[in-house]
Design a binder for this molecule. Sequence first.
Ligand code: NAP
Ligand code: GLV
Length: 308
Amino acid sequence: MTVMFHSTLDDPAEWVPRLQALLPGEDIRVWPDIGDPAAVDVAVVWIPPEGALASFSGLRAVQSLGAGINQLGMQSFPPQVRVARLVDRGLTGMMTEYALLAALRYARNLDAHERAQRASTWDYIMPTGVGSFTVGVMGLGVIGAATAMRLAANGFPVCGWARTPKTLDGVRCFSGEAGLTEFLGQTRILVNLLPLTPQTENILNAGLFDRLPRGAFVVNMGRGAHLVDADLLAALDSSHLAGATLDVFRPEPLPEAHPFWLHPRILMTPHVAGTGDPDSAAEVVAENIRRAKLGETLLNEVDRARGY
Ligand code: NAP
Ligand code: GLV
């Protein structure tokens, strides 16, 4: 088996020795030193090198180094190529931590105190605690479900929304278009953890914001293309929304002139909410390389027709 590793974020010096130790005898090559492209059986990538996968004529599987897979360009893969997203306890833990941090920052008015400090203003706001800040989690998959549970364990009232019905301890679950309005109506902090598909692109738009209570907050940890930037700016500028925390953007990096950078009610981070931890994730990736070799279904294999 020949495996090609490439990432602009994940360090091959961290990953390749771990993979090699788990897969003695397999040939793991780091882009661009891959030899004959036709020999590559499995590509382990965050974003594939431009045009490269088309020359991998023997490709059996693509393992994403991210939980999301929209960045792979999988529409162009031949139908027999299996695709797996990354499910890793390190990544999931970091994502739940980021959501908790963002929710606590709003629940304890830190965003308002940051603005007051910049204006040298002693602005006393009576703290109310987390119990009055219902968090609504969009997407109840691996990361969304873990996030909802972690928020609930920290005292937040939590509701969640997914495509199909779910049952989660301590979380009021809603599903489908029919459940969306009721879900949004009780959400004070909206956390987006949806995958990017044609159905979810632009889902964070004016029509959705209008269904949130006045003064709600938005935390986008999914993908930049979930959000209609102009609609967020309008909702913040009209004070219908009180703030937003954004980890993902369209495009990335966000151009310097974009109005998000200097907006007083937007906190931005450069797509750092969660990353795979090679200590835990290498085992999952190695198992999928073994499965690809045997022609078996991969762990966390993507339904290519569904798009996630
Ligand atoms: P996942 O396990 O595949 O879960 C996806 C969830 O979204 C499922 O609950 C699914 O509902 C729901 N969903 C999909 N399409 C929907 C629709 N049209 N309407 C309502 N719900 C829908 O994904 P995950 O591992 O939790 O990851 C979620 C996303 O987080 C990734 O795709 C990626 O975009 C993002 N992410 C971002 C970072 C970062 O650093 N910012 C890091 C990791 C992941 P069903 O279960 O009913 O199908
Ligand atoms: C990061 O964005 C991921 O999809 O894991």
